[in-house]
Design a protein around this ligand. Structure first.
Ligand SMILES: Cc1ncc(COP(=O)(O)O)c(C=O)c1O
Length: 201
């Protein structure tokens, strides 16, 4: 069975022990590990990387060629220079510090304003936390109300590959981003979410 691991957020570990990729644990000749510089260097750079057995890499290279010929060589060269000149690790460290601070602001604001009306995770990495509304609430309806108030999130139902309908409680879930907005905007966003939930009878 092939394992394809899409590990875009691997380097954005904000706390706790760094975990190895699943592909590093699986003794599987079909394992394919992918990553991207979109989350660590710049979203627009569109340069990623893949690890797999050489025979698989040769086939993947052919597939890439018939799909889009190749990733632009200018951005590949920029990525190469960025990494080999030693900018990558300090850049990742700066992002980790900034994202950890924003995550902590979001967690603190949620605790202060939404305790009892939303459950949420405490993510040790990445860019998002996962929230769950109480029984009887629907995240899509919450989104419509939140958008009218001026704040957005992604309803969790989009993240169930087999469809959310079959999963109990999936329609109550949502994803909150804690990296894209500066801290005052995070505070404002949570205050708006709290107001919407209060007024949603
Ligand atoms: C899990 C995951 N994989 C891959 C990507 C995209 O990477 P790229 O910009 O290199 O296509 C994203 C970006 O949103 C992502 O969330």
């Amino acid at each position: 069975v092939a394992v394809v691991e899409d590990d875009a957020y691997h380097d954005l570990r904000l706390e706790g022990e760094a975990l190895p990729p699943v592909c590093a644990l699986a003794e599987n000749p079909w394992a394919i590990y992918t990553g991207t510089l979109s989350k660590t260097v710049a979203p627009g750079i569109r340069v990623g990387y893949v690890w797999a057995q050489p025979e698989l890499i040769a086939r993947l290279a052919q597939l890439k060629q018939v799909t889009d010929l190749h990733t632009g060589s200018l951005t590949q060269r920029i990525a190469y220079e960025y990494c080999t000149r030693g900018y990558l690790q300090p850049g990742i460290q700066r992002l980790r510090d900034a994202y950890r601070a924003r995550r902590d602001v979001l967690l603190a604001e949620l605790s202060a304003n939404l305790t009892g009306s939303l459950h949420w995770t405490h993510p040790q990495g990445g860019m998002f936390l996962w929230g769950t509304l109480p029984e009887g609430r629907d995240a899509s309806e919450f989104l419509a109300r939140a958008m009218a108030a001026g704040v957005v999130f992604v309803p969790g139902a989009s993240f169930y590959p087999g469809g959310a309908e079959a999963v109990p409680g999936a329609s109550r879930t949502l994803r909150l981003n804690f990296v894209s907005a500066p801290e005052p905007k995070i505070r404002e966003g949570v205050a708006l979410l709290a107001r919407v939930l209060r007024e949603w009878s």
